[in-house]
Write a protein that binds this ligand. Sequence first.
Ligand code: TRP
Length: 450
Amino acid sequence: MAKRITFATRFGTIVAVGGSVVGLGNIWRFPYLAGENGGSAFMLTYITISLLISIPIMLSEFIIGRSSRRNALRSFKKLSRGNRLWMSAGYMGILSAFLILAFYSVIGGWALKFLLSSIAGTFIGATPESIATGFDAFVAGGWQPLLFAFLFSAACAAVVAAGVVKGIERYNKILMPLMVLILVGLNVNAFFMSGWREGAEFLLRPDFGKITWRVGLEALGQSFFSMSIGMGAMITYGSYMKRSENMFRVAGTVAITDLSIAILSGMAIFPAVFTYGISPTSGPELVFLALPNIFAQLPGGYLVAVLFFMMLVAAAITSSVSLLEVIAAYMSEELRISRRKATILGAAGVFALSILCALSQIPGSGLRLLGSNIFDLFNSSTSNVLMPLGAMLIVVFAGWALGRDKFNRQLTSEGRYGTRLLRPAVRFMIRFVIPPFIALLFLAQIGFIK
Ligand code: TRP
């Protein structure tokens, strides 16, 4: 077999992983979940989990991917010599990729629609009421969300079809730094809003009493979603990583970036939520209701809005690309079809599911499954069930089944990095702390412990 292609440079690796990690999860999902789960209680739990639990899980995925140099399913097949249990982790990951992409593309489509609206100047002089009614009409109309989800998916497929280095690495290099810049600017602006204090307190003032098992599980799910772990995306990217790459540095840098961008988004959005009287528990619509108000009031708001939504679409595309890459790598390698064909077939399958998601959001559509609309079902079942389960299998496999030598060699890049302190600490977390922690949250969730 030919030598597997790898990311060209260290910066390129960090930026590609960063591009996967930073996305709608930070700017759309984090703020609305924080709003629904008591603000600071959620925020605190989320930060702790990201640092202590999610980083070692990301390292486990890198270890598995780089030692097998295969797609998410093949990795488990090869390393476990075809063991059914471990292969089920691979299959679950591919299922998760389909389900996540299905609803992710719908929100990506919303972002695209908002980009066009901002270019058209729709938000100039808008009021909180006009913004809310406009948004409801957009979602309820049905055909527009479908059209934009389609355009969004097509853009992602084009990047993936272009290949690992040319497609993924190149776009991320430009877009990631631009995003941080705009978010910092929005934070400065938020500081001068009348609702800044209330917003900041909502997110930052510790309130341990509000931390419940439910908040814990939602925070875990959000952390996994935001860090793109628990379903094999990082196994796939790990398989493209150079042997000499320092994975501690990649995981650490990316986790800190991810957390910072989530917090920056929260701190840009909640002051506006309180200033314009939007309910923090608005759910998935939250940022789309809050942001236009900021732009409507901001001097030069037209330009900032255009830039912001451009960047939001871009961040969403780089993340979707990593999800589609899981599907494309799997299909092209297993079905032995070209990368192009695999990408198009995969994207078409995803779009079929996106149609269900978008239509299920129309009020009274009746498109429901297991008691919730299909969009919500895909959204919460992936983060709160499939990914924690996948993460559990991933860490147990890396920590207990892979073998000490392979584990250590990959984690330290053949003895190059972190051999004294980091290696034993991470191995300990992976073997003894993370599996019981995930199990605990699960048991609590199904009411086994109170
Ligand atoms: N992390 C991305 C975001 O925050 C979404 C994403 C990309 C993802 N790849 C993933 C989520 C893999 C779960 C698994 O927007």
